[in-house]
Design a protein around this ligand. Structure first.
Ligand SMILES: Cc1cc2nc3c(=O)[nH]c(=O)nc-3n(C[C@H](O)[C@H](O)[C@H](O)COP(=O)(O)OP(=O)(O)OC[C@H]3O[C@@H](n4cnc5c(N)ncnc54)[C@H](O)[C@@H]3O)c2cc1C
Length: 444
């Protein structure tokens, strides 16, 4: 039997970050990372394989990040965990002992119950190089592609597929694409951009059946229409990989492997992080279904630090992310006005718009719009959105810092920002600060 000190199962955002964090905090411990796949894809880069990046091999996480930091890499599948003996059985038949174990087994595409999903040329968003290579190959010879789901993954895939010149249609059951993450006006702006780039959009409509003999030829929509389809890409969310934990007797529920705020599972020698674990909202403390690489990495930093001494707690998921359609960047943190109201908050919102350079004639200028959502009772920020050019992504990260520090509109209105003509909006018009000022005045 191979004896290991810290073992991490999973080689993606959560696994790598947990291994690196364990290494940094406990330099005298040996750290071993076990993963199934020979090469690991950058999961968030998967849509770009089909257009911008141009292939799976250009979207890999280099193994140097492990070897350069003294982390042992084992390519194998963990078949079972014996929590009592603190050992792992690998699919090769070998066993490995551990002192502390981190589960970072991730997620897989959600299975829908639409008839015909098993037909040839229906693809799911799997983080699997060989599978994605076969999709890339098929795309070369087809005309009509239907993307099931207009969330950020569906939208990113559709925009990339379009670059290959195909007839691409997104079918989304909600009234707008991106509606789970953004305010309606931003969703409309995103749809306008997608349409201008040649992507067809059908919203408020479900795909009820995938048609064809063995291979998909069309989809039947809930309004009775049929759409020709040579390929269907299903991009509608994920389910946590919990089999290993469940079979080992760890507490598991529909949200994933159950962890406390220190990322410890029901076994004190086993921690878990990333898509495979349960999550709670930072704002409401209710269970959260968000699954993001940024969340996985933060949880992994907490788990890796706490392995031999509890030092960090997870405050819950804020939910921060961005997406881009061509030169239009949409970014969000925390709650939208709609979700805040649905949660019963009395809200007050502030809006501001300005060029993200000054003067506006500076090269690379994009108009930026910011909306901030506040709890009218406490005046604390609940969420914010930014839309504009690339700078919107970092503005929303600043908004996330405000949310995590429960800042009030009055504090954000005097937030100390740094500005420069070639890099930021002007200090007079800085949209995040001005949006807070507008909300502050309204709440007085
Ligand atoms: C198309 C797409 C785009 C995305 N874009 C973004 C984005 O822009 N921003 C963002 O924040 N998030 C994005 N996400 C979400 C993000 O990819 C996930 O949240 C992230 O991959 C979660 O990382 P993870 O390490 O928890 O799990 P995973 O990435 O699922 O990795 C799990 C790892 O565990 C290994 N494993 C599982 N079981 C075993 C076993 N028994 N033995 C050995 N190894 C095992 C797997 O092989 C894999 O290495 C995107 C997701 C997709 C699919």
């Amino acid at each position: 039997m191979k004896k290991c000190d810290v073992v991490v199962v999973g080689g993606s955002a959560a696994g790598i970050t947990a291994a690196l964090t364990a290494r940094r905090h406990y330099p005298y411990r040996t750290v071993t990372l076990i993963r199934k796949e020979e090469k690991v894809l950058i999961p968030c880069g998967i849509p770009y394989i089909f257009g911008t990046v141009g292939g799976t091999d250009k979207n890999l996480i280099p193994d140097g990040v492990l070897s350069d930091n003294g982390i042992n890499l084992v390519i194998n599948e963990v078949s079972s965990i014996n929590c009592k003996e603190k050992t792992l059985l690998l699919s090769s038949g070998e066993t490995t002992s551990y002192n502390k174990l981190v589960l970072a087994t991730g997620s897989e595409p959600l299975k829908l119950s639409i008839p015909g999903l098993d037909k040839k040329n229906v693809f799911f968003v799997k983080k699997d190089i060989h599978y994605l290579k076969s999709l890339l190959k098929r795309l070369g010879s087809v005309r009509n592609v239907v993307v099931l789901g207009g969330g950020f993954i569906g939208v990113e895939f559709a925009d990339e597929f379009k670059k290959k010149g195909m007839n691409v249609t997104i079918v989304e059951m909600l009234p707008h694409c991106l509606m789970l993450a953004f305010e309606e006006d931003l969703c409309k702006e995103a749809e306008k951009k997608l349409t201008s780039r040649g992507v067809n959009i059908i919203t408020g409509t479900k795909i009820e059946e995938i048609l064809g003999e063995d291979t998909v030829t069309a989809v039947r929509l809930s309004d009775g229409r049929e759409l020709k389809a040579d390929i269907v890409l299903v991009g509608v969310g994920v389910k946590p990989n919990t089999n290993l934990a469940e079979e080992a007797g760890l507490d598991v529920n529909r949200g994933g492997v159950v962890v406390d705020s220190t990322m410890q599972t029901s076994d004190e020698s086993i921690f878990a992080c990333g898509d495979c674990t349960t999550k709670r909202s930072f704002i409401t403390d209710k269970p959260s279904g968000l699954r993001l690489a940024s969340i996985a990495a933060i949880e992994a930093r907490i788990a890796g630090t706490n392995l031999f001494k509890i030092q960090r707690n997870n405050p819950g998921v804020v939910g921060v992310f961005s997406t881009a359609i061509g030169d239009l960047v949409l970014a969000t943190a925390g709650m939208t006005e709609k979700t805040a109201k649905e949660e019963g908050f009395e809200v007050s919102c502030g809006y501001a718009e300005a060029p993200d350079r000054h003067p506006g004639g500076m090269p690379g200028m994009n108009q930026m719009k910011v909306k901030l959502v506040f709890n009218k009772v406490t005046q604390e920020i609940l969420g914010g959105q930014a839309v504009g050019g690339p700078s919107a992504g970092e503005v929303v990260n600043t908004i996330s810092a405000c949310i995590q520090n429960r800042m009030k509109a009055d504090n954000i209105a005097v937030f100390q920002i740094g500005t420069h003509p070639a890099v930021t909006a002007s200090p007079i018009a800085y949209p995040m600060v001005n949006a807070a000022e507008m909300a502050n005045i309204m709440m007085k």
